[in-house]
Design a protein around this ligand. Structure first.
Ligand SMILES: [Zn+2]
Ligand SMILES: [Zn+2]
Length: 239
């Protein structure tokens, strides 16, 4: 009882303390109250959709029929250009300065666009699945940004977040690696969690950024190998 009362109180006090010391201001215009105010949100540079296999343009991010193979992801949706300064600055701040609210803000921006621009064909078996962090990294950061995205999206999309995967090895941060090293780094990085049911389901794999797509492709492979019918990869931004 005491614990359940005091814990949220401490969290609120900590939040208030941090917000007094470091007031939330817009990354673009410095207006107080939001990490990116409504007026500045259209400044984020959007990206066009590509096929995750060949990286060439594709309608709605659908994998080209000629690029599809049995374990290949079926669709890849990404909204913003990671090379845009404002986009990368927000994501990097969120991850490395431990601000999960930045990812909630991104989910707010993504949800309406997902509903209007992408026919996801959700059904009762569709699941939002976050790309898991290795437990050491999650402990250090205190949250998984992909999990925050899923949880903020689920109510808006009418789907549920399910943790179906786990990291089996500690991989280096992809952004510091060359292309060939990235593929090697993610090979066999994931496995299904015990009891995960995948068969004949549509899975939406969620991550913050796709660089080469190697991480998403590796996770998609595990899901497909275990019987997933369709795998859609979804990220805030791509490189
Ligand atoms: Zn602003
Ligand atoms: Zn292709």
């Amino acid at each position: 009882m005491y614990q359940s009362f005091i814990k949220p109180l401490l969290a609120d006090t900590k939040k208030l303390f941090l917000e007094t010391l470091f007031p939330i201001t817009c990354f673009s215009c410095n207006k107080e109250g939001m990490f990116l105010c409504a007026a500045c949100q259209p400044k984020l540079k959007s990206t066009h959709q590509v096929c995750i296999a060949c990286k060439k343009p594709s309608l709605a991010g659908l994998t080209h029929p000629k690029c599809l193979s049995p374990l290949m992801a079926d669709q890849f949706i990404s909204f913003f250009d990671y090379r845009d300064n404002l986009v990368s600055k927000l994501i990097i701040r969120g991850k490395y300065y431990f601000i999960p609210d930045i990812f909630k803000l991104f989910a707010e921006m993504l949800a309406p666009r997902l509903q209007t621009e992408f026919p996801l064909m959700l059904n009762k078996d569709t699941a939002l699945v976050p790309i898991p962090l290795h437990k050491w990294r999650q402990r250090w950061r205190g949250f998984n940004q992909a999990q925050i995205l899923c949880q903020s999206l689920e109510g808006k999309l009418g789907t549920c977040t399910e943790n179906l995967l786990e990291r089996r090895k500690f991989t280096k941060t992809q952004k510091d690696l060359k292309k060939e090293e990235r593929q090697k780094n993610t090979a066999n990085a994931f496995q299904l969690l015990p009891g995960a049911t995948i068969k004949a389901r549509h899975i939406i794999l969620v991550d913050d950024v796709a660089t080469t797509g190697a991480t998403l492709l590796e996770a998609a492979k595990v899901l497909k190998r275990n019987g997933a019918e369709k795998v859609t990869c979804l990220t805030i931004a791509r490189d």
